[in-house]
Design a protein around this ligand. Structure first.
Ligand code: IFM
Length: 449
């Protein structure tokens, strides 16, 4: 297949629907000691033996810090409407209270170049690279960090204002809080139930504190937050409650406070002994209206109660999985969209801000055959179409990721890019999945001409 197919009457064919590609700062930039940047928690974490596969780090990554111009040219060549990137907090505020002009200018150049090439710019403020100096004071376990995040949002939005088309406060607070502070698999590597919940509340508070600041400084931009969400299915009929709890913890815990102004009862009950201190007024701050929510979808979860009454995931051995071990299930994306639509009366428009598949792709004679990823995208783009048909307002779709990059605790061995990166030479090669994306978008552009 050299082109993703869309039904002829699909909303996804209209030019109002946004197609894009996404990346994040630490995963692609490198240049960690350049431009006045100071270490983030990921620089520190990568140095700890055994934390990241193969001892990898984002020190060089895709060297986007130097190659950004050619990368943006490549993005334009794909024919997408938008580029979703993140800003590295430690480039903007390398020390507490000190704004680094060079950091602002670096992203200013990128934004200018994107606009010159007709790309809309979606910027995430926090894609997991907390400045280490804040971690040294407790990181997201310290309520003060929420206020520091608001200061950072002020610095960025004051400088960029409406030149950023769409602002995102946080990417996947579930991952920052739970993988970082509960299960210790991500930076800063802390393990503790209470810690995970405390970090989650402070992240959401940071989001809420940032919202009015962003609106004040960028009144014409859109503002929102991005969640990862994995729909859960019961393994047997008896396991419905297990599946319900998985969803509650995985995404209701993060979305409910924003859209309902409350935390979900299922989690409040089950985690009663781990709950953070929620001060009066916090939920009012967190539930400030958003213009959109971003959803990152990769896979589904099948859940059951084991013999101890604990909830566990059951791997579906008869299903197809990607290289990272995640089940491929496009129907899960449609179901998730419909479930969100049913759960929230005031659901704002959704962007699918990430969707993609990991492989261990190789470039052979300039060609990267990523047949599984091509099928993955075809299935998931159709799933988005089906959700739209079912009445869900979805305004855009971003492939994760533009190019192979530093996949956190997996280092470089999991390749999520639609563009292959040779890490020795930094050569970029469009995979078949990128070519199919480009061809679909080209056809759409011709139709809309
Ligand atoms: O690479 C990550 C990204 O940083 C956040 N969402 C999930 C992706 C794949 O794991």
């Amino acid at each position: 297949m050299n082109k993703y197919q869309l039904p002829s009457d699909s909303k996804l064919r209209s030019k109002e629907f946004v197609f894009g590609v996404a990346t994040s700062a630490y995963q692609i930039e490198g240049g960690v000691k350049e431009g006045g940047r100071t270490p983030s928690i990921w620089d520190t974490f990568c140095k700890k033996p055994g934390k990241v596969d193969n001892g990898d780090s984002g020190d060089v990554a895709c060297d986007h810090y130097h190659l950004w111009k050619q990368d943006i040219e490549m993005i334009q060549g794909l024919g997408v409407d938008a580029y979703r990137l993140s800003i590295a907090w430690p480039r903007i505020l390398p020390q507490d209270g000190v704004v680094n002009q060079e950091g602002l200018e670096f992203y200013g150049e990128i934004i200018k170049e994107c606009h010159a090439r007709g790309l809309k710019v979606y910027v995430t403020l926090y894609h997991w690279d907390l400045p280490q100096y804040l971690e040294d004071k407790g990181g997201w376990l310290n309520r003060e960090t929420s206020y520091k995040f608001a200061e950072y949002a002020e610095a960025v939005s004051q400088y960029f204002g409406d030149t950023i088309d769409v602002y995102t406060t946080l990417n996947e607070p579930f991952v920052s809080a739970f993988l970082g502070y509960r299960w210790g698999e991500h930076a800063p590597g802390i393990k503790g139930e209470r810690e995970g919940y405390l970090a989650s509340h402070h992240l959401m508070l940071g989001h809420g504190l940032a919202m009015p600041i962003l609106r004040k400084n960028a009144p014409n931009a859109k503002h929102g937050v991005v969640f990862n969400a994995t729909p859960a299915y019961p393994f047997t009929e008896q396991d419905q409650a297990a599946a319900d709890y998985c969803e509650a913890e995985n995404y209701h815990w993060f979305i409910d406070p924003v859209l309902k102004g409350e935390y979900p009862q299922l989690v409040l009950d089950r985690q009663a002994s781990n709950l953070p201190m929620i001060l009066e007024g916090d939920l009012d701050i967190i539930s400030a209206p958003v213009d959109y929510i971003g959803i990152n979808y990769y896979t589904r979860n099948v859940a059951r109660f084991n013999e101890n009454g604990d909830i566990e995931s059951v791997k579906q051995t008869d299903a197809e999985h990607t290289y990272i071990g995640w089940e491929i299930n496009p129907q899960g994306l449609t179901d998730l969209m419909v479930r969100l639509n049913e759960r929230y009366d005031n659901l704002p428009p959704i962007y699918i801000t990430e969707n993609g598949a990991a492989g261990n792709d190789e470039c052979v004679n300039g060609v990267v055959e990523d047949e599984q990823r091509v099928r993955y995208f075809q299935g998931h783009i159709e799933a988005v179409h089906n959700a739209v048909e079912a009445g869900v307002k979805i305004d855009g779709y971003f492939a994760w990721s533009l190019m192979d990059n530093f996949e956190w605790a997996f280092g470089y061995c999991q390749r999520f890019g639609i563009v292959h990166v040779d890490y020795q030479t930094q050569k970029r090669t469009l995979k078949q999945s990128a070519i199919a994306y480009r061809n679909m978008l080209q056809e759409r552009a011709e139709e809309n001409r």
